[in-house]
Design a protein around this ligand. Structure first.
Ligand SMILES: NC(=O)CC[C@H](N)C(=O)O
Length: 331
């Protein structure tokens, strides 16, 4: 554990922590060879499987960056957290919780099976594809761009710029994602969708193709860690109740059928995406020891080589190491 950091909130300590993180990233970078880049969305195969980068942002602009931290990537399933937040802000929490449950599915992120076998009254949770597509069908607006505007507005507030959609990734998924179409048709048949299927899928593929960097994820993670308030300006960006539900979902469902292990070994609300991104929100914690980021931090990781659950293989190992070293677990 990194101990004895007297008044760690200084530039000197920032540099010191940075050198630790750089060592850890270069160690775990070798683990990327244990994973595989996603190929079911053809353009995602072009990612370099060796990449591994991280950004950690705390209060007062303290930030640490290491490895391949400048590479933009599409947020994929990380967007499911944002669409759920936006839908709750548009429609209210109880409206949303009547239409999508908050229980871990224990199945692959794109599973269709449980929808039929369990005769559900609503999808298990908003972070698996069936739940996320249902949530996207509830977003307000006639066209996909209209529906995504509030999500971009929210991102702009958090990041200070308006991210873009990666059109190549969007088109690649739109033209190949038969499974999501199958999920969509099934949802339509059982009456879970609140609006047109084609516009819903177009919106869903676009939200998955929003491009970001690890810094962006860390910034969003920090705001979530701080219950929706930007800790540097005290502005409430996401209502506290919504931010808390989002974090509960990230912890219980964010890493799909590896969520239990992630909660056990890392213990931080987090969400992964198949392009290799992970967002994590480490809330403030009370400890006697002098440890980094006691006031909480946001973490963004990028490592496109995935494990068999679809989570960044080296990214998870790196997060596990950092959480242990700095005692970041919420438990
Ligand atoms: N796990 C993911 O990131 C999945 C997102 C991807 N766009 C899909 O729907 O298949």
């Amino acid at each position: 554990m990194v101990q004895g950091v007297a008044n760690w909130n200084t530039e000197q300590t920032e540099e010191w922590l940075q050198s630790y993180v750089e060592d850890w990233v270069s160690f775990y970078q070798k683990h990327t060879s244990d994973g595989k880049v996603a190929s079911y969305i053809p353009v995602l195969q072009e990612a370099d499987p060796d990449d591994l980068g991280i950004s950690i942002i705390g209060k007062n602009g303290i930030s640490i960056r290491a490895g391949d931290s400048d590479i933009p990537f599409t947020i994929q399933s990380i967007s499911k957290v944002l669409s759920f937040i936006v839908a709750c802000m548009e429609r209210g929490v109880s409206y949303m919780l009547d239409r999508v449950d908050v229980e871990p599915a224990g199945e692959a992120f794109n599973s269709i099976m449980h929808l039929e076998m369990k005769q559900l009254k609503k999808p298990f949770n908003p972070l698996i594809n069936a739940g996320a597509i249902t949530v996207t069908s509830i977003l307000e607006g006639r066209t996909s761009d209209e529906r995504l505007r509030p999500m971009f507005d929210l991102l702009e507030k958090m990041l200070g710029y308006r991210p873009k959609i990666n059109v190549d990734v969007y088109e690649s998924e739109r033209d190949s994602s038969m499974r999501n179409r199958a999920i969509g048709y099934y949802l339509l048949e059982i009456g879970f969708l609140e609006s047109d299927l084609n516009i819903t899928l177009e919106t869903y593929f676009k939200q998955c193709s929003i491009e970001a960097t690890v810094d962006d994820l860390a910034r969003i993670g920090l705001i979530l860690a701080n219950d929706g308030v930007n800790p540097d300006t005290d502005e409430e960006i996401i209502p506290r109740q919504v931010a808390r539900i989002a974090k509960a979902l990230m912890l219980t469902c964010g890493m799909y059928d590896a969520s239990g292990k992630f909660a056990t070994y890392v213990g931080i609300p987090a969400k992964s995406g198949v392009s290799g991104g992970i967002i994590a929100a480490a809330p403030p914690r009370v400890r006697d020891e002098d440890l980094p980021f006691l006031e909480g931090c946001g973490i963004g990781v990028y490592g496109p080589a995935l494990d068999d659950r679809g989570n960044s293989i080296a990214g998870i190992r790196l997060l596990r190491h950092i959480a242990k070293q700095w005692d970041l677990s919420i438990f």
